[in-house]
Ligand binder design. Structure first.
Ligand SMILES: *Cc1c(COP(=O)(O)O)cnc(C)c1O
Length: 217
């Protein structure tokens, strides 16, 4: 789908929800996509992208950054502690803070570097065993722990179970964020970003609707 169509859908969803379009960031999820497709979106003026692997981000983005200086890169996949340093060098935001050990490592590196990407805590709203993220019942405590480390916590992120109505999960995430005074809500993908916007998403992560299907080779 052309980028302009996605932006039009975003505007319509914002209008329907009585929200300002400026308050929703479109993250174009470029994982696995060939460089030509990414270049085409850059050429249209879009600058905010999402990758789920540090390795892939490191091989893909430095070259684009030489041409386009104002790129903002969001890491949206699970982060191993030993890749935290590289992730912090590459990304302006990390959406997948999901355990105390990672929070402590990022805090130590942030001290050392004097800067830190924006952080979102991933919440496993569906309590799925195979999925990363903090369990809903443990999220308040983890937010407090993260804040005590002086980290720039912007909000919460979730990936709803594939076979459930995502709105229930978006509403749960919004409720946890609200009672903790967090404004950022990273939720909504190609198939449900309008519903996420209706429930307060500030960051939507849209891949295949913008770039086409991912072809894994
Ligand atoms: C791949 C991915 C997306 C984008 O998914 P689409 O269905 O292609 O829009 C969003 N969020 C996360 C965490 C992803 O890994």
């Amino acid at each position: 789908m052309p980028l302009a169509d996605i932006q039009a859908s975003m505007r319509a969803a914002c209008e329907a929800a009585g929200r300002d379009t400026q308050d929703v960031e479109l993250i174009a999820v470029s994982k696995v996509q060939p460089n030509e497709r990414v270049a085409a979106i850059l050429d249209q003026g879009h600058r905010v992208f999402g990758e789920n692997k540090v390795q892939e981000a490191a091989s893909k983005w430095p070259a684009f950054r030489e041409r386009y200086r104002d790129i903002s890169l969001h890491l949206i996949g699970p982060l191993q502690t030993n890749k935290a340093r590289q992730a912090m060098e590459l990304a302006q935001a990390i959406h997948t803070l999901d355990r105390p050990k990672l929070a402590k490592t990022i805090a130590r590196l942030a001290q050392e570097k004097g800067h830190c990407p924006d952080l979102f805590i991933q919440v496993n709203t569906g309590e799925e065993p195979q999925k990363s993220g903090i369990l809903p019942a443990e999220t308040d405590a983890f937010i407090a722990e993260t804040r005590a480390l002086d980290l720039p916590l912007k909000g919460l992120m979730c990936i709803p179970p594939v076979d459930e109505e995502p709105s229930l999960h978006f509403a749960l995430l919004a409720k946890i964020a609200e009672r903790n005074g967090l404004k950022g809500l990273s939720m909504g993908m190609s198939s449900d970003f309008e519903r996420a916007i209706a429930l307060g998403a500030t960051h939507i992560r849209v891949g295949s609707a913008i770039f086409g299907e991912r072809v894994y080779t």
